[in-house]
Design a protein. Sequence first.
Length: 578
Amino acid sequence: MSQCRLFHALPCTTMSSEGTQSGDDAIIVAPTPSFGQSIPSTSNSLLRSNAIVALGTGLSRLTGMLRVIVFGVIIGQTALADAYDGANNSPNAVYELLLGGVLSAALVPMFTRMLEDDDRDSAEAVVGTAIVALTFITAIAVFFAPWVFRAFSLNPADGIDANQFRTVGTALTRIFLLQIFFYGVSAVLGSLLNAQRRFFAAAWSPLLANIVIICSLLYVPILLNHPNNGIPLVEVLNSPSFRWLLGLGATGGIALQALILLPAIHQAGLNFRFRFRPRHPAVRHLMRLSGWTFGYVMANQATVIVIKNLAEPGSGGQDAFTKATTFFYFPHGLLAMSIATTFIPEMARAVARRDRDAFVERTAFGLRLVGLLTFPAAFAFLVMSRPIIGALLQHGEFSASATITTSRALAGLSLGLVGYSIYLFALRGFYAHQDTRTPFLINLVQNVLNIILAFALVRTYGVLGLGVAFAVSYIIGAIVALYVLRIKVRTFPVGEVIISLARMLAAAAVMGAVLWLALKPVGDNDGFGAVLKIVVGIFIGTLVYLGALTLLRVPEVNDLRSASQRFISNRNSAGQQD
């Protein structure tokens, strides 16, 4: 699975990310609703939903990092790793460009409205038409695989055979592009479940995908018998079994991630008749919304291609940047996206009911909560990027120089963790109003800034410069998004949100400074010394950040504590009643 989410604010459903089976009845005690009857929302149920999503996302991200570790140990940071990365990004790029952005931007608010209106006919038309479109797009993409991969290899490194690199990448791309269909199925089914406030299955399904991919990678040394010598590019061409193992391992994982949602759909009572109705009013409305979204995604994918090529495919730089994004996305997916996933249906529902106060309250609280949780993660990554990468990746074929390159990319990216997360959440406020034009314009500015800064910084700073360019562009984009949201919703308290975020920034900066000083004499940057440094850093960082928040009297800490106490109290009451 690739890191397409990093480059755009629309939620990538590949991965990023982020429904219920039998366990949901124990989590949300309510009869299974028919279409149009969603589970009631309370502050306690939102907290519960956040816990469900956060736990599922956390385990998915952990297995995602394990997948990256296993890949690094077995493949290393080589030309083959870059070819695999470019090929594995191809289905995400095509899917997001042609359909994913449309589905991600509009489906949850649209399905939420359909649930409110008990409009099964419209939902069936949207689902059926989307499935047919996904099938067609997947077939076309596989046919054009050579051109798709070439977009990610316009600037191959000088030290490799460019033709061989592209031949290997194309061979893998043909298999990976089959993932487009399953990404789309995940988007549609996951949106249906989230609109009904059922988050379990969609949050936990990526866990299965990662397990499948990890198992396929672990079989590589057994298949090839290349101990400690690395795996050359040509092996993909010489060994069909190796090629299919890499390709179907990843694609099979994504397929399982999508298909595992079907039982949850059945349990939720969302059993549809298949209808291909492209002229249905709901489908036409979705396509009208997609006009600006298509431009939005075009800008995103242009940036992806530029960044990937500036990292010099074949040099290992592309792989370093991708691995860094995996670590970057862990706190974002665990903390920010778990909040966004559960808050978005409530924001859309408030807009549908014309309850502006509820929309403002949910949006402002969600933004503050995102900042509260992502600021310490950003400073921890900035200070501890070297030991984190050293402890987790510097094994087997992953060398010390690869560790340094990857940690530099992570340090640059970490500067933008909060900005990126706030940006994502703020744009959800526009999508809740079914406004896709404003996000397109804001996103265009952000992408242009990212590209300009990347060209300016990469020659001197390499992948560190690419990370810093990303960070600065999203910080500026987040500020712009907040103030434009204030223009759209006059009562939105942007000043209060900024002040709250500034207090959190101050607390996190104190934490970062203390960590930097305290960790200097502790451990080393690889092996057990790196593990020791990380453990000590987490302990000290947590204490210092909580202490600084208390001294600065950040009110969100009390809000979170009160909500947690209510959650525990209600759980205890439910247990006594049982």
